[in-house]
Design a protein around this ligand. Structure first.
Ligand code: ST9
Ligand code: ZN
Ligand code: ZN
Length: 333
């Protein structure tokens, strides 16, 4: 049975005043403390990953078997769901609840995506929302596109991230034995699920070569990472702001496509508790929403939180940039 979890500080929901960037005390920003301590291990590993991934694309079009490429695309979707429906919407935001079989499935998918354990991911993400675009935000977009995309993973974190991050309550996540187990054994589970399994399956079942299976899988992993990172970079720089023109997160269609429905970032930062992370077009560009709705139908997902039309309308009229279709309706009372 799912634990009965109340909202601790840091889980963003309707009544959490702290979600408002307006409420962030000015001392959170400490640009003088932005010392760039590069982490060469990460720089080398990410350079290797991206070069091998490019080679993997070449192999997909030249020598890899069709089944290997199809599997890579499928794993991209499943790993992606482990991030969107799992780490993000279920665990970081508690925007719905899930029974243990779904939590187990999502933890498996999440491990396939290798973006660190759910507990660590959710800690950084809760800090990102609570102290958005300040020095306490791990991928502070005020430090530029590259920093918010991948640069933040190539250097030590700003001291403010660690200091303010300590205020984030993660007790709800530690209370879940599945997440505790994932975190404890991450260094064994992750290599098996993210690298060994996707390489061995094509070799064993359809006689793929090691080189093709390995490089195509690295392309799959690299694509998942970049799709995720684009939410932190592109979706904090480019797009309309129909819900709140006073923040930088924006509605970005291209990112929504790549990130399985997570590009509607102006909506998401305005209403972070909504399990859809978007208002409109929920099925055409929001695969993660369709996934959660499916599991809600069979009873594995429940207590889905959303936002009323009335509340959206009020907010659009109060703080929107005028790009919302509501502005064409003529009745703006
Ligand atoms: C990756 C994650 O790529 C990507 C996350 C993106 C999030 C996007 C969200 C957008 C919305 C959702 C969209 C989904 C779309 C999905 C589409 C899919 C198709 N609070 O970290 P350390 C303390 S991972 C409080 O080592 P350093 C804490 O005491 C890629 N405290 O800091 C910690 O100790 P412990 C694979 C904090 O030394 C200690 O500091 N993974 C916080 O500065 C040390 O922590 C990698 O490549 C906090 N927030 O190093 C690994 N943070 O943990 C990359 C830290 O024991 N990471 N503390 O409690 C690293 O190597 C390092 O973290 C570092 C910083 C070098 C970046
Ligand atoms: Zn979020
Ligand atoms: Zn964001």
């Amino acid at each position: 049975m799912a634990p009965n979890i109340s909202f601790p500080t840091g889980v963003l929901h309707e009544n959490d005043d702290e979600v408002s960037p307006m409420g962030i005390p000015p001392e959170v920003n400490k640009p003088d403390d932005r010392k760039l301590q590069l982490v060469w291990r990460n720089i080398i590993l990410f350079a290797y990953l991206h070069l091998t991934a490019l080679y993997g694309v070449w192999l997909m079009f030249t020598s890899a078997k069709l089944a290997t490429s199809v599997m890579a695309i499928l794993l991209y979707q499943l790993g992606g769901l482990g991030i969107t429906a799992g780490a993000h919407r279920l665990w970081a935001h508690r925007s719905y609840k899930a029974k243990w079989p779904l939590r187990l499935l999502l933890t498996f998918f999440n491990t396939l995506a290798f973006e660190d354990s759910v507990i660590d991911w959710a800690r950084d993400h809760r800090v990102h929302h609570k102290f958005s675009e300040t020095d306490a935000d791990p991928h502070n977009a005020k430090r530029g596109f590259f920093f918010s995309h991948v640069g933040w993973l190539l250097c030590r974190k700003h001291p403010q991230v660690k200091e303010k991050g300590k205020q984030i309550d993660l007790s709800d996540l530690w209370a879940d034995p599945i997440l505790k187990y994932q975190k404890k054994y991450y260094n064994y589970l992750m290599p098996l699920v993210c690298f060994v399994m996707p390489t061995v399956i094509p070799m064993y079942f359809w006689g793929e070569t090691f080189k093709n299976a390995f490089c195509v899988n690295l392309f799959r992993y690299c694509l998942t990472l970049n799709a995720t990172w684009l939410v932190n970079s592109a979706a904090h720089f480019f797009g309309d702001k129909p819900y709140d023109k006073f923040i930088n997160p924006a509605e970005n269609f291209a990112v929504a496509v790549l990130a399985l429905g997570e590009g509607w970032h102006n909506y998401h930062h305005t209403f972070p508790w909504d399990y859809k992370t978007a208002e409109l077009g929920k099925y055409n560009v929001n695969f993660s929403c369709a996934f959660i709705d499916f599991f809600a139908k069979i009873g594995w997902a429940y207590d889905l939180k959303t936002v009323s039309e009335e509340m959206i309308k009020k907010r659009v009229l109060r703080t929107g940039d005028g790009s919302h279709e509501i502005w064409g309706w003529g009745d703006k009372d």
